[in-house]
Design a protein around this ligand. Structure first.
Ligand SMILES: O=C(O)CCC(=O)C(=O)O
Length: 265
């Protein structure tokens, strides 16, 4: 999906857009299922102004949502960024959001500029899949290019949530002025480093803008895939902890001929 210039752009700026990833027919089915879950208030969900604004735990809602989570073109995009062995995270994102006009009441879109991770625990790629056109009018995502590499840690959020809000980082208030609006068409995906500051914009129309937020990472070679927290969605669950290779020679004699290849560490 992405060539080396796009991958370099991602490393530098912290985000990439891919158009036409999820086919329209699948989006139609997802939107119908989501409208049904919303009208029947299928738990778990979150409310804004008394209305369901977010459906949580998409992975456990059944195979339809997993068709997006495991869509081959989406995983091709993620593979270009994190490599061939990919886990899907259930405890970060894993939700569908209605970015509705009611958010405008708060004077800001979504929850304001924030990072999805508190610190550099592990690189996570957030994938925002747009089920409606995401335009400046419908509250397109705002992001601050390059902000993923600002600092590894900016303090603890006061609301006890994951990540951190820029509004809580006094020193960086001026940084909000650097936010750009990232418009993406229906079926397109915005992929970003989870440390990049971003937010839904203000929706100034009378309709909702529906999107899905997903989190992926490379398989952690020092920790087997934790049951329930992550699901292997592509490749292998490779483990390379050094508790498992005590019989392996430290150096291969053909690579380092001057070293004694009989010694292990
Ligand atoms: O919908 C958007 O533009 C942003 C969504 C977001 O920040 C989230 O789901 O965590």
């Amino acid at each position: 999906m992405f060539d080396h210039t796009q991958r370099a752009f991602f490393r530098l700026n912290g985000y990439l857009v891919a158009g036409g990833v999820i086919p329209p027919a699948l989006i139609d089915r997802i939107q119908a299922a989501a409208r049904c879950d919303i009208s029947q208030r299928v738990r778990p969900y979150r409310l804004v102004g008394g209305s369901v604004a977010r459906l949580d735990q998409l992975w456990d809602r059944g195979p339809l949502y997993r068709e997006v989570i495991e869509h081959p073109l989406l995983l091709d995009c993620v593979e270009d960024l994190v490599g061939p062995n990919i886990e899907y995270l259930t405890r970060r994102h894993n939700h569908l959001t209605l970015n509705g006009p009611q958010h405008s009441v708060t004077g800001r879109g979504g929850s304001g500029l924030h990072r999805d991770s508190l610190q550099w625990s592990r690189p996570i790629v957030t994938a925002l899949v747009y089920l409606d056109d995401s335009t400046a009018e419908t509250g397109a995502t705002q992001l601050i290019p390059g902000s993923h590499s600002l600092l590894p840690y900016l303090g603890m959020p006061s609301d006890g949530g994951g990540g951190i809000h820029l509004a809580e980082c006094q020193e960086y208030q001026g940084y909000a002025e650097q936010a750009l609006t990232c418009e993406v068409q229906r079926g397109g995906v915005l992929l970003f480093n989870s440390l990049l500051f971003h937010s839904a914009g203000v929706n100034r129309t009378s309709s909702d803008r529906m999107s899905i937020t997903l989190g992926y990472r490379s398989v952690d070679e020092l920790q087997p895939t934790p049951q329930g927290y992550a699901h292997l969605v592509r490749g292998e669950a490779v483990y390379r902890g050094n508790d498992a290779d005590t019989n392996r020679h430290a150096w291969r004699g053909d690579v380092f001929p001057d070293l004694d290849s009989s010694e292990s560490v």
